[in-house]
Design a protein around this ligand. Sequence first.
Ligand code: NAX
Length: 328
Amino acid sequence: MTTSPITVTVTGAAGNIGYALLFRIASGGLLGPDVPVRLNLLEIPAAVKAAEGTAMELNDSAFPLLDSVNIYDDVNQAFEGTNVGLLVGARPRTKGMERADLLAANGGIFGPQGKAINDHAADDVKVLVVGNPANTNAYIAAASAPDVPADRFNAMMRLDHNRAMSQLKEKTGTAISDIKKVVVWGNHSADQHPDVSYATLDGKPALEAVDAQWLDSYFVPTVAKRGAAIIEARGASSAASAASAAIDHVYDWVNGTKEGDWTTAGVASHGEYGVPEGLIFGFPTTSAGGEWQIVTGLDVSDATRAGIERNIKAAQEEIDAVKELDIL
Ligand code: NAX
């Protein structure tokens, strides 16, 4: 076991995803079975008591890897020395809320959090934004942290990726471990473009096993609208699967992706596939040495091109709206 604990800050710690996430972090799922963690929980004052209850349960679980749990309602204290930041807490869209109001409310959360990360986090900080609209919130946080490389701010696309894997498994009976090179281009929104053009099932092209009709009329809408289907069935939004995806994302970022495969991560574009530089966008990515690499040089079909363009437009519209609100 390494001796000094890694500081992991989780915002929105008393929420639904937080409750599913914290126990997996504390048991070693996020960083590995030998890495002790110090958990910093950030909540709004009204939810601090609930976070204290969760902290009691974390301590009562007697996880050998859990060094300590600290609860804050001050953003600067919560990010002091942070190595991994999981930005989960966000302002949900309530009935009748305009997009501009939603963006303004979240800008008021992710701007200050980005600044606090800039000023207080460890030099090697890695940040995953889960709170929606995740891609734009990650962009706001990155823009508010000029001293932190933009590549350290990611948006979570892994749940969409995992949902795509699950649909392929259900359709073809292929084991998850034998499904490779799925990608979900773009944003964590209904605009996203799930793509199996490069995917293999048991080493064979996925496009030989599934037809275009199933892909267009079932697979793509099912993956893109899965969040709504979960709410319809459960009466609450995805929580444990979102937490699991956050664990997968950070684990792969820190420990590397598997040889011969890639995953989907929302990472800052450097212009790949025509995506404007700086947009935080779902790409096929591999990780090694704690850094993501976007997989380049793929042949992109017309449908994929159209999907990428649709997502660029949606992302830029949101960022333009944020700029108009003087958040950036
Ligand atoms: P909850 O409403 O259960 O929890 C959110 C928590 O955040 C609350 O405890 C609240 O007090 C806290 N919070 C609000 N503002 C805060 C601030 N400024 N600082 C610290 N904490 C703050 O939501 P939950 O179900 O946990 O979902 C959290 C976010 O994840 C939502 O924005 C949701 O839309 C988003 N999701 C993103 C997904 C993705 O794939 N990227 C999938 C799942 C989920 O929908």
